[in-house]
Design a protein around this ligand. Structure first.
Ligand SMILES: [Zn+2]
Length: 272
């Protein structure tokens, strides 16, 4: 009976709730590879309304005859969030008309778009550069691999979260030293100017960090002796604010290193 109704033009459309969830899971950005089109914003007609001009496209068609229609799905499955992908109007209509895009391709786009949205949520907004795939030379792709092998997600997270107290593990400084070791090696100079700009920013921020950090740090095996706030305060209670500020500056300089490192890592992930 259900099948018969669909043959008569009944479509398994998404509910408004599903549409909003789909859009929100990708930050209201089109999920088509490298599109990046925003699909929401304020309405000019009313200060209380928003414009929504995206579309919840079906991964497998809502009705027989549509692209990628899968008769084995129940109507509930067909209109469930699993079967939808958020798109801008142009790409929504493109995939609704074209079976050349396979179900597995579209699921991979959806997954990728959700990963980007998740990372933007966790690590702050992404530059346009990092979200786009480009044709980089084999040499540049190799260098990107080298840098993202040093500055992995975990390493970046580690550097961002470092408090710079009395002991600073070499886990934090080793990646910085590795990057500086590559600084003047021609094998690690990017051919692409945007990438090379990011690499230079990374290196200069590491130097800025070390110029500050080395004023107070003493090298030990496995870690650096750094500012012991309790010990400093015990010696001179009036200088507590000064030492706190020194630590804060170190944290800021370390986080600044993470920005270009993160860009390089995102570019790498979007081009592999
Ligand atoms: Zn699009």
């Amino acid at each position: 009976m259900q099948e018969l109704l669909r043959m008569n033009g009944k479509r398994d459309d998404f509910s408004n709730g599903v549409k909003i969830e789909l859009a929100g899971r990708v930050g209201w950005i089109c999920s088509f590879p490298n599109c990046g089109q925003s699909t929401s914003g304020p309405s000019h007609d009313s200060p209380e309304k928003m414009i929504k001009n995206g579309t919840a496209a079906h991964i497998t068609a809502a009705a027989p005859g549509g692209p990628r229609y899968d008769p084995s799905l129940t109507p509930e499955q067909r209109r469930s969030i699993e079967n939808g992908i958020w798109m801008c109007p142009r790409h929504g209509s493109l995939i609704d008309k074209d079976s050349a895009y396979s179900t597995s391709d579209i699921k991979a786009w959806k997954n990728h778009a959700e990963n980007i949205a998740r990372r933007n949520l966790e690590y702050g907004p992404t530059s346009q550069v990092a979200n786009f795939s480009a044709l980089y030379s084999p040499k540049d792709l190799k260098i990107l691999s080298a840098y993202s092998g040093i500055f992995t997600w975990a390493v970046i997270e580690r550097i961002r979260g470092e408090l710079f107290g009395s002991k600073v593990s070499h886990d934090v400084t080793n990646p910085l030293d590795a990057a500086l070791g590559m600084e003047n090696n021609p094998a690690y100079v990017f051919q692409n100017t945007t990438l090379e700009e990011l690499r230079r920013t990374l290196n200069s921020r590491i130097w800025n960090f070390y110029r500050h950090f080395s004023q107070q740090s003493g090298g030990m095996i496995g870690y650096y002796d750094y500012i012991d706030i309790h010990e400093c305060t015990r010696r001179d209670p009036n200088r507590r604010a000064y030492w706190e500020n020194e630590i804060y500056k170190t944290q800021v300089l370390a986080r600044l290193i993470c920005e270009p490192a993160l860009e390089l890592l995102k570019i790498k992930e979007n081009n592999s």
